[in-house]
Ligand binder design. Structure first.
Ligand SMILES: [Zn+2]
Length: 69
């Protein structure tokens, strides 16, 4: 799930991030440009968790099958 650049960018190179995983307390993001991967808080993008954290969870529940291989 891509992060809108206006909400947050790579801490290393300021490029677009993609959320690749979430757990109860954090999200794992990876940078499309430099490949830096790290964890951030669930509300790291100033959305109160609703857009990215909940969105990622919902997508994973709906989307289903072998998405997280
Ligand atoms: Zn980067």
């Amino acid at each position: 799930m891509l992060v809108d650049p206006k909400d947050g960018r790579c801490r290393s190179c300021d490029s677009q991030l993609e959320i690749v995983g979430v757990d109860d307390i954090s999200m794992t993001v990876t940078c499309a440009e430099c490949g830096d991967t790290y964890t951030v808080e669930t509300d790291a993008f100033g959305d109160g968790c609703m857009t990215y954290y909940v969105g990622f969870m919902a997508g994973r529940l709906e989307g289903g099958d072998d998405d997280d291989a």
